[in-house]
Write a protein that binds this ligand. Structure first.
Ligand SMILES: [Cu+2]
Length: 150
């Protein structure tokens, strides 16, 4: 029996092959471990409300004022769920575009995020108009019995 090894092959070919295999393996493991612990993500909330003031174009920070419903799951800076009462407040729009023709009095549903570290803690990340007949929780308190006028 004769072992027919390719002893005549040039070693440099194997070296290159080995290098290639190692390089591919290294890349694969890099892609797999994604770069360490993720930062604490922003808290995100969804809330409905009524537009009470549109952003003022002259101001650099575009802020939409909304009379919003209660946000029961709202967390404070320590991550404790403290909730947020229904109130009228300004929400920075960040890069979010407003729906065409959005006007004061329109009902909306929006998502906003809160980052307790960094410059601007609050930002609207999504916003859409709700049908005008949508009943919001604070309306039920304020005007039981109706008398709706547009
Ligand atoms: Cu609020």
């Amino acid at each position: 029996m004769s072992a027919s090894r390719p002893a005549s092959e040039k070693p440099s070919k194997y070296a290159r092959l080995l290098f290639l295999v190692l390089a591919v393996a290294a890349l694969a493991s890099l892609a797999g471990c994604g770069g360490g612990e993720p930062e604490k993500p922003a808290d995100r909330y969804k809330v409905r409300g009524v537009v009470s003031q549109l952003p003022v174009p002259e101001r650099s920070n575009r802020e939409l004022f909304v009379h919003h419903e209660e946000v029961p799951g709202f967390k404070n800076i320590d991550g404790e769920v403290v909730g947020m009462d229904s109130m009228t407040m300004g929400f920075p729009l960040a890069d979010t575009e407003l729906p065409d023709g959005l006007a004061v009095g329109d009902k909306i549903e929006m998502e906003f995020e809160v980052r307790w570290s960094g410059g601007d803690p609050l930002a609207i990340t999504a916003l859409e108009k709700l049908p005008a007949e949508t009943r919001l929780s604070f309306e039920a308190d304020e005007e039981e019995g109706g008398g709706d006028d547009d």
